[in-house]
Design a protein around this ligand. Structure first.
Ligand code: NAD
Ligand code: UD1
Length: 345
């Protein structure tokens, strides 16, 4: 019989792509989302993509009563936990909201799981836990250096999970540190389209290519990088989704807790991203160079070998595929249905 999975935040950017990957892998998946940062129309498009109804609980992950009744009804084998707030600048302005949803929500979920005897969870962490790392590509052994409340919630989430495993070996936990997710599903039925002016590079470039913003501001060209602009490890969201399937199946099979980076191991500069997007969209992407952005990291690139050793995970999609799928989504009819999902976590 198919294993039953609870997918929190499954209507969001990464969660929706992971839903499709999990269903394709044969899991029976229920989405829990409060639609705080997603549109209900995503659900119909997930149904179109998978060809079956989407089991959905519209609820807050901090709502222990609803969670407990969901566990009683479904007897989940595992949870993949995406539901969180993720805008860095907002987390500086409203830290308590971030601690409440990201840390409070995790604790509520873990307590309900414990009571239901479900002790398997995949957790969304982020490269942001490294702050400004000493070493690039950055290994999982680099120390925690969260630079803002959002980053602090990911550090705390990881620590809570590690201490839980240390206290009770029945828990099996997969901590996945994502680098910079980009692109959209190949079908152009799901993707990412921030409702306001995007803070992050990929959605901003997409809006400039689409003519919704006149130009991109390149935040500094005097970094110690090949062309002076910031370098990041962009990972296709469909590769990232597959990483979750591998983490989950490893946890359910071997029951070995793991912590891995999910990235490609390759960095691309802002100007390389602009060039790649121009190729993919066949549109111009005008830009001007401005001052560095406060708090920016010069280079973020994953050491990607551990995910391959432990999970057999390797990215297969190129930067050109990320840009092409992003453009197909942005230029297609469905991106405007979403109020958006700001990709700045
Ligand atoms: P997203 O905002 O698109 O998805 C999060 C989903 O969670 C949304 O559908 C939202 O409605 C839901 N949600 C928020 N608060 C909730 C609550 N209290 N109860 C129930 N549902 C709630 O974000 P995403 O980019 O898909 O990110 C998913 C996860 O990955 C988050 O934990 C995020 O911190 C992490 N992450 C994202 C990135 C990135 O760059 N996108 C990078 C590293 C880590
Ligand atoms: C963001 C988060 C970081 C998180 C990371 C992971 C901030 C301040 N930081 O940063 O905590 O770990 O996502 O996804 O939000 N750029 C421009 N012009 C723009 C936008 C970006 O030049 O309009 C540059 C940036 O300076 C950077 C690169 O593009 O060099 C990528 O920026 P962005 O997409 O915001 O991601 P992160 O900087 O990694």
């Amino acid at each position: 019989m198919a294993e039953k999975i609870l997918l929190t935040g499954g209507a969001g950017y990464i969660g929706s792509h992971t839903y499709v990957a999990l269903v394709e892998a044969g899991y029976e998946v229920t989405i829990l989302d409060n639609f705080q940062n997603a549109n209900r129309s995503v659900i119909a498009r997930l149904e179109q993509l998978t060809g079956k109804p989407v089991p959905l609980a519209e609820a807050d992950v901090r709502d222990a009563t609803t969670l407990a009744s969901l566990f009683a009804d479904h007897q989940f084998d595992a949870v993949v936990h995406f539901a969180a707030l993720k805008a860095v600048a907002e987390s500086v302005e409203r830290p308590l909201d971030y601690f409440d949803v990201n840390i409070g929500g995790l604790i509520t979920l873990l307590r309900v799981m414990e009571a239901a005897g479900c002790r398997t969870i995949v957790f969304s962490s982020s490269a942001t836990v490294y702050g400004v790392p000493d070493e690039t590509p950055t290994p999982e052994t680099a120390e925690f250096r969260a630079m803002n409340p959002y980053g602090q919630t990911k550090v705390s989430g990881e620590q809570i999970l590690n201490q839980l495993v240390a206290a009770d070996a029945r828990w099996a936990v997969g901590i996945l540190r994502y680098f910079n997710p980009a692109g959209a599903h190949d079908s152009a039925l799901i993707g990412e389209d921030p409702r306001d002016t995007p803070n992050n590079l990929m959605p901003f470039i997409a809006k400039v290519a689409a003519g919704e913003h006149p130009e991109l501001q390149v935040f500094g060209d005097d970094y110690d990088t090949p062309d002076g602009t910031g370098v990041r490890d962009y990972i296709h969201v469909e590769d990232l989704a597959r990483g979750h399937v591998l983490s989950l199946s490893s946890l359910l099979g071997k029951r070995q807790t793991h912590l891995v980076n999910l990235g490609t191991g390759e960095g691309h500069s802002v100007l390389q991203m602009v060039a790649a997007y121009k190729r993919a969209s066949n549109r111009d992407v005008p830009y001007s160079v401005t001052a560095r952005r406060a708090g920016d990291v010069p280079v973020y690139v994953a050491q990607a070998e551990k995910a391959e050793e432990i999970l057999g995970f390797r990215t297969v999609r190129s930067l050109d595929e990320m840009c092409a799928s992003s453009w197909k989504w942005i230029a297609g009819p469905h991106s405007k249905e979403d109020p958006g999902s700001e990709g700045d976590a």
